[in-house]
Design a protein around this ligand. Structure first.
Ligand code: SAJ
Length: 467
């Protein structure tokens, strides 16, 4: 029986633990501290129930199966590490608003694991960390607490997750896995472990290269989204629909007969902001790693400006709300704004680093009275409603902040009748401008031509009719 301990019953730890527990000969213990926020997961998981909301295909069934089989249980007791062959560390590694990582839980867990781990154990960091962290933060704590030497007496690996909301299980099994070893032997043992649950290719490298690759993967995506958002702002100004531009740009084919020419484009989607547990922080983790462990100073411009632009998009949406209200002869002051969508991602209940929070805070600061709505979210630090009519009734503006499928086929006529002022601000290309205007809405959209181009206004300002 191979015993595996997974520390941290979150989006990463739970699916990994359940998959390992489903492998013949493996016995898995999840460790979760009895904190106010997450302690309830211990009993919930031990009843075979899935604490992760939203649509996660296969996860609930798998948890129920392995708990019933008796190969997966959860506790808050670190002594379970005493006889563990492999210990996975899957705890949160948040960054603050200045992008500095907070490693309190990573250090605490490393200390506990160090105190209990046995000689020849394999320790795997799955949490996303700043490059240099495994070597300079985790390893010294493990060695000090255990009296063992990494590489010689135990194996140490950084192997990052590529989970995505809605595909937690699928990605672990079907995406290639990068395994960074503190030495060759550690990397080899990491391969031995992951080949039990990963069907795709396994790539080994050193720890630092693996750490850089992880944060680079998400920084790359953040920069691509920032490109789309910058295109959106320019399209709003020049008066074209950025989503049409995106469609046309992405028609460039990947020419198989001449792959090196590789003309392919993959312009991302502009939107009301970038949330989630990965993108808002991984750029800062990359920068922190280079700042802290780099051999010389580098001032990254592109990734920092991209991150700042994406973080600013909810403010841009607030500007669109203000512009829409002004066009309707109203001010933001005391205006009721229905913000549709609290989750950071469509059709999910995940609110981590959601742009909706920034949007709410900016509107409150500007004197408005925003009301949050979401069909999936169950708890959030700002009051919200699951009842859409409560949000829309008497509203002076409705904002689409998340592209939940429930928002894509609203009866807009009904919505308008319930509102006090018919301003619709589309943060996620959910509606067509023309259709909304025909219904009598003042429509503003991220990446959509501003209404100064609207026929009525051009007549009003007496612009040259031939424009
Ligand atoms: N977003 C845009 N425009 C886009 C894509 C996303 O504004 O074109 C926004 C989303 O609305 C959301 C945020 O960015 O607020 C993040 O969306 P995401 O699709 O990147 O979802 P995440 O945060 O779950 O990102 C994860 C990442 N996966 C891992 O870290 C293992 C990311 O690398 C994946 O590319 C992404 O899932 C994915 O593709 O689903």
């Amino acid at each position: 029986m191979k015993k595996i301990v997974v520390v941290g019953m979150g989006y990463v730890g739970i699916p990994a633990a359940a998959l390992f527990a489903d492998v013949d000969g493996f016995n898995v213990v999840g460790i979760q501290r009895r904190s106010k926020r997450s302690g309830w997961k211990i009993d919930w998981l031990n009843k075979g129930k899935n604490p992760i909301g939203g649509d996660e295909p296969g996860l609930s069934k798998l948890i129920e199966k392995v708990v019933k089989k008796g190969t997966f249980r959860v506790t808050d007791d670190f002594s379970e590490c005493d006889d563990a062959d492999a210990i996975l560390i899957d705890v949160q590694t948040p960054t603050d608003e200045k992008g500095i990582p907070h490693y309190e839980s990573l250090k605490e867990v490393s200390m506990q694991v160090g105190r209990h781990m046995k000689r020849n154990a394999l320790v795997v960091i799955e949490s996303t960390v700043a490059p240099g962290t495994t070597e300079n933060v985790v390893k010294p704590i493990l060695e000090k607490e255990s009296g063992l030497e990494a590489g010689k007496d135990f194996a140490l690996v950084f192997s990052y997750e590529r989970v995505m909301v809605g595909r937690l299980l699928y990605n672990i099994v079907n995406y290639p896995r990068i395994i960074g070893g503190i030495d060759e032997e550690s990397a080899k043992r990491g391969m031995e472990l992951y080949k039990n649950i990963v069907k795709a290719e396994l790539y080994t490298t050193d720890v630092l290269t693996a750490e850089v690759s992880k944060v680079a993967e998400n920084t790359y995506r953040d920069v691509n989204i920032a490109f789309a958002n910058e295109m959106a702002l320019m399209c709003e100004s020049i008066g074209v629909d950025v989503f049409k531009v995106r469609e046309l740009v992405n028609t460039l084919p990947n020419d198989p007969s001449n792959p090196s020419a590789n003309p392919i484009r993959n312009m991302h989607f502009p939107g009301a902001g970038v949330g989630g547990h990965c993108l808002p922080k991984d750029t800062w983790l990359l920068k922190y790693g280079v700042d802290t462990y780099g051999r010389f100073k580098v001032e990254p411009q592109l990734i920092v400006k991209s991150r700042e632009l994406n973080a600013w998009m909810p403010t841009h949406v607030s500007d669109l709300v203000e512009e829409g209200l002004n066009d309707a002869g109203r001010q933001l002051q005391d205006a009721k704004i229905a913000i549709l969508g609290v989750a950071f991602l469509e059709n999910s209940d995940d609110t981590r680093n959601t742009p909706a929070r920034t949007l709410y805070e900016v509107l409150v600061k500007r004197g408005a009275k925003p009301v949050l709505h979401d069909p999936y979210v169950r708890d959030f630090e700002i009051p919200f409603t699951n009842e859409i009519n409560e949000a829309i009734k008497g509203a002076d503006a409705v904002v689409i902040a998340t592209r939940h499928k429930e928002y894509l086929n609203l009866d807009l006529g009904l919505v308008k009748d319930k509102m006090r002022t018919p301003v619709l601000v589309d943060g996620r290309d959910a509606y067509r401008k023309e259709e909304c205007e025909e219904l009598g809405f003042i429509y503003k959209g991220v990446g959509k031509p501003h209404q100064t181009f609207r026929k009525g206004l051009i007549e009003k300002i007496g612009a040259n009719k031939d424009v």
